[in-house]
Design a protein around this ligand. Structure first.
Ligand code: PMP
Length: 288
C-alpha cells in the first residue's frame, strides 16, 4: 500500500511526491532531520525531538518552515493518514531550493526551507527479538566531520559503517578516535557497564545528543543507578560487564560482542534489560 507523505504543505501519495533537483538537501546535504518512534499510535518524546530539531536548525542558521505546534499536528495527521500503530516518523528540513546551485546560503527571507515527513510502519517495534540476544559490534575510525551534535542528513559514512559491520558478520559499528576511544555508534549512543556503573561519553560536539540517551540517563539516576559521563576505549568496553546502545528506533539495545571479544556471559546483561524495561514503560506513559 502506498504511503501518504507530507511535502512542503501537501499530503501526497509517495509516488507523486516531488522535490526539486535544486533543493540544497539533495545537492549539498544542507538539511537536518529527526526520527521519532511511535508506539500504539503515539509519539515517543516528541518534545525532545522538536527541541533538538530547533537546535540543529539554529546551529546552521536555518529557519524553521513550521512552528512546533504545526509540527506536532503534521506528525499526528501523518500517523492517522497512514494508520501507523508502531513505527517511525522521519522528518527532514532542508534549506530549500534557491533556484540555482550555489555554495552561498540563500537569503532565508527569499527562500523558504523545505520540509518532508514520511512514516515507516514497524509492527512490534518494542518487541525486537535482537533485544533478547544482543548485538555484535565492530569498531571503525570516526572520520565524520566535527559537528556531530548537529543532526544533518550527511549519513554516507554511517551507511558505510553499517556495511563494514555487515561484511564483518556484525550488526553495527562503533566509531573510535585515536587510542580506540569510542565516540558513538553509527546511529546510536554507546554505553558500557562496569561494577554496576553506567559509563557513556559526555555531551560535546563529538557526538549526537541522543534524545533516548537523555531519557535513559534520567531514568537510571532516578532508579539510583550510578552514571559516569566520560570517554571509554574499546579495550575497556571489551572488559566490561555489559554494553548497550540507545536510539529512538532501537530504544535500549544490548551489545554482547565488541571486535569479536565476547562480553561477560555473552548474553544481554541485567542493567541493559532493566533500562530497556523502564525506558519503554515510562516513554509509553508520556507518549503524545
Ligand atoms: N548518535 C547518532 C550518530 C545517531 O544517528 C543517533 C540516532 N539518530 C543517535 C546517536 C541516537 O539519538 P536518538 O536517541 O535521539 O535517536
Amino acid at each position: 500500500m502506498s504511503r501518504i507523505v507530507y511535502v512542503n504543505g501537501d499530503w501526497v501519495p509517495e509516488e507523486e511526491a516531488k522535490i526539486s533537483v535544486f533543493d540544497r538537501g539533495f545537492l549539498m546535504a544542507d538539511a537536518v532531520y529527526e526520527v521519532t518512534s511511535v508506539l500504539d499510535g503515539k509519539l515517543i518524546d516528541f518534545a525532545g525531538h522538536a527541541a533538538r530539531l530547533k537546535r540543529s536548525m539554529a546551529e546552521l542558521d536555518m529557519e524553521s518552515p513550521v512552528t512546533e505546534e504545526e509540527l506536532l499536528a503534521i506528525h499526528r495527521e501523518l500517523l492517522a493518514r497512514n494508520g501507523i500503530g508502531d513505527g517511525l516518523v522521519y522528518l527532514q528540513v532542508t534549506r530549500g531550493n534557491p533556484g540555482d546551485r550555489d555554495f552561498a546560503f540563500p537569503d532565508p527571507a527569499a527562500v523558504k526551507g523545505g520540509i518532508v515527513l514520511f512514516t515507516q510502519s514497524k509492527p512490534g517495534l518494542a518487541d525486537n527479538p535482537v533485544a533478547k540476544v544482543g548485538m555484535k559490534v565492530i569498531s571503525i575510525p570516526d572520520i565524520r566531520w566535527g559537528r556531530r551534535d548537529i543532526k544533518t542528513v550527511q549519513l554516507l559514512y554511517p551507511s558505510m559503517g553499517k556495511m563494514m559491520a555487515k561484511k564483518a558478520g556484525a550488526d553495527d559499528a562503533w566509531f573510535t578516535e585515536e587510542g580506540g576511544v569510542v565516540t558513538e555508534g553509527t546511529s546510536n549512543n554507546a554505553y558500557i557497564v562496569k561494577g554496576g556503573k553506567i559509563i557513556t561519553r559526555q555531551l560535546s560536539e563529538d557526538i549526537l545528543h541522543g534524545i533516548t540517551r537523555a531519557a535513559v540517563l534520567r531514568f537510571a539516576r532516578e532508579a539510583q543507578m550510578v552514571v559516569e559521563e566520560r570517554p571509554f576505549t574499546i579495550a575497556e568496553a571489551q572488559a566490561a560487564d555489559e554494553a548497550f546502545v540507545t536510539s529512538a528506533s532501537a530504544f535500549v539495545m544490548p551489545v554482547v560482542e565488541i571486535d569479536s571479544a565476547v562480553l561477560g556471559s555473552g548474553k544481554p546483561g541485567p542493567v541493559a534489560a532493566r533500562l530497556r524495561e523502564i525506558y519503554l514503560e515510562e516513554s509509553r506513559k508520556a507518549a503524545v
